[in-house]
Ligand binder design. Structure first.
Ligand code: KG4
Ligand code: ZN
Length: 335
């Protein structure tokens, strides 16, 4: 089954064609990063307008690269939520309209379910059930993943997402948006132990996160150290280490509680090399195997949406979208 997956929940217009939930035939991601860079974050209205301009060229390009006509596609899917309402409406309305006009099966997909399915698009797949850390600009949560469509949230951030903390720290340091790549690059030459920023473990037996205290601690450090510009790479490395400490330790604790053989890290922040390294190290200590998508599948993409759609459309209890379905901006859920 060849599925065209579309993702427009934030600042990437993405489309991909995936066969049977695992084989990527094409994947196109048009980033709006340059447009939002001057604002230090995503401006929803600008994002929505740009998705509108990009969606047809991006979808056409995904079909062209897969060597397929739309008539050869078996089903189409788009992210339904959570995300920014205007941007979500562009992709979701596009899929509704094309599905209706061409009489193609179509479905709206939860963005987080998309990220969780990104581990099936390359390399050896983890066996169910596994424990996953979903860590991105909008979300930070730990899941017990029981199947492609069944995942239990064990804990999530109570305030900022980890990626959001990277973005805000980069903004404080005047480094631009998005901050993750910039901070991790600077951290490569920094001393992670120079500044002991706080780690919010809260209840060690629970799996919620909090990153706002860490963000405030970095801000306070900047305000109280006139010479901070002289060691910006140490600030980046020390901040990154505090994030990675909490993320990796909570993930492994959750996996131990679940008795998991496999752990996964997905979402934009999963591209962080230090996080990958630390989780791999901790997982190996406990005889667990780590599965992380390649960096191109960590950030938002259409392939993960097509992969998740395959299991919703073709499982034992197949689902399809309804024209009355609407997008959702927060963790609602679901049919
Ligand atoms: O999954 P994603 O593309 O969008 C959301 O669903 O939020 O994640 C984007 C986030 C941004 O906050 C970005 O700063 C972060 O992922 N990110 C990173 C790295 N690359 C991207 N964070 C830390 N280290 C990185 N190398
Ligand atoms: Zn995402």
């Amino acid at each position: 089954m060849k599925i065209l997956g579309i993702e427009t929940s934030c600042d990437e217009t993405a489309a991909a064609v995936v066969k049977d939930g695992t084989r990527i035939l094409s994947s196109v991601v048009a980033s709006q990063v340059e447009l939002h860079h001057p604002y230090g974050g995503v401006v929803p209205e600008i994002a929505a307008r740009h998705h509108l301009e990009s969606i047809v060229p991006v979808v056409s390009s995904a079909l062209l690269r897969a060597g397929l006509e739309i008539s050869e596609i078996d089903a189409i899917a788009a992210t339904r939520g959570p995300g920014l309402t205007g941007p979500l409406l562009v992709g979701f309305s596009f899929v509704k309209a094309v599905g209706y006009a061409l009489n193609l099966p179509w479905i709206g997909i939860d963005h987080l379910e998309g990220h969780l399915n990104s581990v099936f698009l390359s390399g050896p797949a983890p066996a169910f059930p596994f424990t996953a850390l979903l860590v991105s600009g909008g979300h930070t949560a730990i899941y017990l993943v029981r199947s492609h469509t069944d995942h239990y949230c064990m804990g999530r951030t109570r305030d900022d997402a980890a990626g959001e903390a990277f973005d805000k720290v980069a903004k404080m340091l005047g480094l631009g948006y998005p901050g993750g790549g910039i901070i991790s690059k600077l951290a490569e030459t920094g001393d992670p132990e120079r500044i002991r920023f706080p780690r919010a473990f809260m209840d060690r037996s629970a799996f919620d996160f909090s990153f706002s205290g860490l963000k405030t601690a970095v801000k306070r450090y900047i305000y109280t150290h006139d010479d901070y510009r002289s060691h910006i790479n140490d600030i980046a490395a020390s901040f990154q280490e505090a994030c990675v400490d909490v993320l990796s330790q909570k993930l492994i604790a959750a996996a131990l509680k679940n008795g998991s053989r496999y752990v996964a890290v997905v979402g934009g922040v999963a591209a962080n090399q230090r996080l990958r390294q630390r989780v791999a190290h901790e997982a190996a200590k406990h005889g667990m195997e780590l599965v992380v998508p390649p960096p191109s599948l960590c950030g938002d993409n259409g392939a993960m949406i097509a992969a998740a759609a395959f299991h919703r459309l073709s499982g034992p209890d197949p689902e399809t979208g309804d024209l009355s379905d609407d997008v959702y901006s927060r963790y609602l859920r679901r049919k």
